[in-house]
Design a protein around this ligand. Structure first.
Ligand code: PMT
Length: 400
């Protein structure tokens, strides 16, 4: 089989050096990559590097090898175009359909999915001109990955940093796998919770659970690759931030509730994949609880935590908002799942079986998705990403 053909556009920002790592990941995972840098990009990383790493010729202008009509052919033959980093200037030229170099010509002739990974200073990213250009590109079907927050060029810190190349690669892999040019969650805001809450007993100990966050992160990554703006509420996961996703860290169930209520206000869909503690210790000891010689330990008194899923299902932030829950069951999985769907009042409930070494922390899952409308969608054993795709298919159906 032919290798998938990827065009890696590189525009002139300091983050161009990170595109070398993206290029390496793409080639090593079996993609044929043609790098098309802008002239400014070559100030940061030279043509020799791109050519050696890709094994292909490199040109910035339309005047090289004119007999091969590269300004048309490169775009026409691509299965994916990814521009990383995409500067404010490149986004503007792409949004306005300019064709003044090989990369912008390629963007006009490509009929495949296009991913932009912008990187620039926060002031530029927030400028209304850039916001409008990004909105235009998204409206036309491009996936524009939100920049990360962190250290920028010089002494500045803020939003505008190019996400980790490994995470941009993950977006490319998912977009290529779907192969569609109109991402179905474009223009949507989705909220995903992931991980397990921890309920503190004292400064040293907590009551927790075995959730790693992998299922929630798979949902967040998949939604971003399908064009959504994603807010990920992460409870104690320790996983790297997915590219293009706004990550909010939380600790306890009460903190998660606050973050959920804030994030869902303008959300089109909410997926509660986090394992939320139903109970928390009634009291928090300011100092470490000590064992006392000859005395039995004090019993831990628990109080109920708020049921976040039931609350947001009952009081929808706006009509049409789709709410999805997960049910982690160990026994009578289906009967418990059905009862939970009725009790929680969500639109979809993903019922999965869990155990000490089952589902928690694993790369794979298997589930039955119950719909409040009576539908049942079985999801066979497979990567957590595959379950995530099916959940978003069902959400996208309901949003339409
Ligand atoms: O993180 P991984 O290691 O990848 O594992 C994934 C997972 C097993 C954690 C995930 O697939 C899963 O099942 N998540 C839900 C875990 C859970 O809390 O299940 P539950 O049956 O206790 O709760 C049902 C639903 O109500 C869940 O959507 C939960 O987020 C929500 N809930 C629960 C309690 C509470 N107080 N508030 C809630 O909102």
């Amino acid at each position: 089989m032919d290798k998938p053909k990827v065009v890696l556009g590189v525009s002139g920002g300091i983050a161009a050096y990170k595109a070398c790592e993206l290029l390496r990941r793409l080639t090593e995972s079996g993609h044929e990559v043609r790098v098309v840098p802008t002239a400014s990009a070559l100030h940061f990383v030279g043509a020799a590097t791109w050519s050696a790493l890709s094994g292909n010729p490199v040109a910035t202008e339309v005047w090289d090898d004119v007999h091969e009509v590269p300004h048309v052919r490169i775009g026409q033959h691509a299965d994916l175009v990814v521009v990383a980093p995409a500067t404010a200037d490149l986004l503007a030229r792409a949004a306005h359909g300019l064709a003044d170099d090989l990369l912008t010509n390629t963007l006009l002739t490509a009929r495949c999915p296009v991913v932009f990974a912008p990187a620039m200073h926060t002031e530029m990213w927030e400028h209304p001109a850039v916001r409008e250009n990004v909105a235009t590109l998204r409206r036309r079907g491009a996936v524009v990955v939100e920049p990360a927050v962190g250290r920028l060029t010089g002494v500045d810190t803020g939003k505008g940093r190019l996400p980790d190349p490994a995470e941009i690669f993950e977006v490319c892999r998912r977009v290529l796998a779907r192969g569609v040019t109109a991402p179905d969650l474009a223009g949507r805001h989705v909220v995903v919770s992931a991980g397990g809450t921890r309920e503190p007993l004292d400064p040293v100990r907590f009551l927790g659970n075995r959730s790693s966050g992998k299922q929630g992160y798979a949902l967040a990554r998949t939604a971003a690759a399908r064009g959504a703006r994603v807010t990920l509420l992460a409870a104690n996961t320790g996983l790297p931030d997915p590219a293009g996703v706004d990550v909010v860290q939380v600790g306890t169930a009460v903190q998660l509730r606050e973050a959920v209520l804030k994030a869902v206000a303008d959300a089109d869909a909410v997926v509660m994949a986090a394992a939320v503690a139903d109970f928390r210790p009634q009291t928090y000891a300011a100092g470490k609880i000590k064992k006392k010689d000859g005395q039995d330990p004090e019993p831990v008194v628990l109080v109920r935590n708020p049921d976040i899923l039931a609350e947001i299902s009952a009081e929808r932030a706006h009509p049409g908002q789709v709410v999805v829950g997960f049910a982690a069951e160990t026994d009578d999985v289906l009967a418990n799942g059905r009862a939970k769907l009725a009790r929680k009042g969500c639109d979809l409930l993903v019922v999965n079986e869990v155990g000490e070494r089952r589902t928690f922390g694993s790369e794979e899952n298997e589930a039955l998705v119950l719909g409040a409308d009576g539908t049942e969608t079985p999801v066979p054993h497979g990567p957590k990403e595959a379950l995530a795709e099916i959940v978003w298919d069902l959400v996208a159906d309901r949003l339409r």
